[in-house]
Design a protein around this ligand. Structure first.
Ligand code: ADE
Length: 223
């Protein structure tokens, strides 16, 4: 998989994807990420990338020219399965979308900043708009990091123990069950007996029950 990311602040994204599982995926070349600074494509002599919005109103808008030129340049090299704009107006990211995206070959992500990007880019280039939740953050960079992390860990070959992605929260519309590790007794705080019983059938039943209880309590909308 290859992900191209257009941003004014690529370092924010890069630094968040240089650790742990995602770093291993990049090191193994299972995924390649290329960062493109929108400012590098500005034709303005001061490298300006934003301007006031037509019709008035506060906040700056990222101009069409640098983003448009960058996308056109990239599209000469490869065909993108999806061109995604990260925005709070988009469809909320969920595990199903991440699963589907993990099987795609080329994805292009556009990160807005300030008020966002010129609508014409959204209308003429963007195929999907994704939000990471009903709140506004300073730009699409952290949203792009969240998207990349959730997708990359699902790319075949990335997780050592393949089954561990299958038991993640949301994979079957359930939250995951409580988990424990050694020691069995920490200053009187005990691990549930069933988990050390060795009875795999009973353990499985217990896990399902706990997962259901948690889902009913915190996310009844999933059921
Ligand atoms: N940019 C600003 N807020 C965002 C959000 N919630 N999701 C995606 N991109 C964003």
């Amino acid at each position: 998989m290859r992900i191209d990311i257009l941003s004014l602040f690529p370092k924010i994204i890069k630094s968040s994807l240089e650790h742990s599982i995602i770093k291993k995926a990049l090191d193994k070349n299972l995924v390649t990420i290329k960062y493109h600074n929108i400012r590098d494509y500005s034709k303005n002599k001061y490298k300006k990338v934003d301007d006031y919005q037509y019709g008035g109103g506060s906040g700056m808008v990222l101009m069409i020219q640098p983003i448009c030129d960058c996308i056109k340049e990239l599209k000469k090299e490869r065909k993108y399965c999806k061109i995604i704009y990260l925005t709070p107006d988009g469809k909320k990211l969920d595990q199903g979308t991440s699963n589907k995206c993990s099987l795609l070959e080329n994805i292009l992500l556009i990160c807005g900043h300030y008020k966002g990007i010129d609508q014409r880019i959204r209308e003429h280039f963007v195929t999907d708009e994704i939000s990471i939740g009903d709140y506004v953050i300073s730009g699409g960079e952290l949203a792009a990091s969240v998207f990349c992390d959730s997708v990359i860990r699902l790319v075949p070959g990335v997780l050592g123990d393949e089954s561990s992605a299958l038991t993640d929260s949301f994979q079957d519309n359930r939250l995951s069950e409580p988990i424990y590790t050694r020691p069995e007794n920490y200053k009187g705080l005990l691990v549930p007996k069933i988990l050390i019983s060795g009875n795999t059938k009973e353990i499985e039943r217990w896990r399902e029950k706990k997962s259901l209880e948690r889902t009913k309590k915190y996310r009844p909308d999933l059921l």
